[in-house]
Ligand binder design. Structure first.
Ligand code: FES
Length: 69
């Protein structure tokens, strides 16, 4: 596997870029269909968990994380 970047989008999902395996709580892998990037829900409102479906915008999800200081 190569480099992976995870960006915590403001008021939205985790954007994961790079080749990853995503496992459920029992260790079973999700079929990512060879996608180079996925968005994982942080708000819990998605109808397609664990993936973001845009519901965070309708729900008014608010979370901005900043590195450092
Ligand atoms: S973060 Fe997008 S639907 Fe939850």
């Amino acid at each position: 596997m190569g480099d992976v970047t995870i960006k915590i989008n403001d008021n939205g999902p985790l954007r994961i870029e790079g080749e990853v395996r995503l496992l459920d709580g029992e260790g079973n892998p999700y079929d990512l269909g060879g996608k180079a990037a996925i968005s994982v829900c942080r708000c819990g409102a998605s109808a397609n968990l664990p993936f973001c479906d845009g519901a965070h915008g309708r729900e008014g999800f608010s979370s901005c994380c900043r590195a450092g200081g």
